[in-house]
Design a protein around this ligand. Structure first.
Ligand code: UDP
Length: 235
């Protein structure tokens, strides 16, 4: 395996499957199996899950809500996804803990870096819930932050397309995929990889970001093994 410790970022939408909202049990099962394959190779895995399948703060704010309140709702929605994923992983036989950036001790542990490292070293998958714990951030930035804190070799951002393209590949069939990109090009060309805060944080700390298609069976394992999958963003 090329990577020994991975932070995998899943969007909330990745858990919807073919539905238009919420959590698809078959997607949870699929993702759990994909993670299990990599985990069985001895790779330490942290997960950050978004909440676009349930609630996003910007949508609430667009409807007139206070942004900070709406973002708190978004962060709580990531906990729903984290618990569903934890359940799926444990049913697949993968030991797993949820660590939340917002304390809710009856439901899961609170995030501390020390606890995360301890669980990873004990062979447990760690799901980092509630993003960064602060409004006005995204779970992509939360993913980069946690990846840096745990010393992950890479942050893998799972999407529904095969990587980063010069145009939207779902709208333009002539769109060209990049194998490799620099952080600066992503920022300068405003390529839709993740928000600028997240990509800047990755750049400032030299964290490689791999954007790849998680819907293809075996892709997480291929990426973890270092095969050419998706787009790698580096200095
Ligand atoms: N969020 C937040 N702070 C964070 C991470 C997330 O306030 O550190 C909120 C924000 O409202 C966001 C929502 O949680 O819209 C869900 O996260 P995100 O939009 O990143 O989910 P994804 O697009 O990955 O499904």
């Amino acid at each position: 395996m090329r990577y020994q410790r991975i932070l995998l970022k899943l969007s909330g939408e990745a858990l919807m499957g073919d539905g238009a909202y919420g959590i698809s049990p078959s997607m949870i099962q699929f993702v759990a199996q994909e993670i299990k394959t990599v985990h069985q190779q001895g790779v330490q895995m942290g997960l950050v899950i978004g909440a676009g399948n349930i609630f996003r703060g910007v949508a609430g704010a667009a409807g007139g809500m206070n942004r900070a309140v709406a973002d708190n709702m978004g962060m709580l929605a990531t906990v729903l996804n984290a618990l569903a994923m934890q359940d799926g992983l444990e049913r697949a036989g993968v030991p797993c803990r949820v660590l939340s950036a917002i304390a809710m001790q009856n439901v899961c542990e609170s995030y501390t870096r020390a606890a995360a490292l301890e669980h990873l070293e004990q062979g447990r998958v760690v799901i980092f819930a509630a993003g960064t714990g602060n409004p006005y951030f995204t779970t992509d930035t939360g993913g980069v932050l946690r990846a840096l804190e745990i010393g992950a070799d890479v942050m893998m951002k799972a999407t529904r397309v095969d990587g980063v393209y010069d145009r939207d590949p779902e709208k333009d069939r002539n769109a060209v995929r990049f194998d490799r990109l620099s952080y600066t090009k992503v920022l300068h060309d405003q390529l839709r990889v993740m928000d600028a805060a997240g990509i800047s944080l990755a750049r400032d700390n030299n964290l490689p970001v791999l954007v790849f298609n998680m819907k293809k069976e075996g892709n997480i394992a291929r990426a973890a093994a270092g095969e050419q999958v998706g787009t790698l963003i580096v200095a």
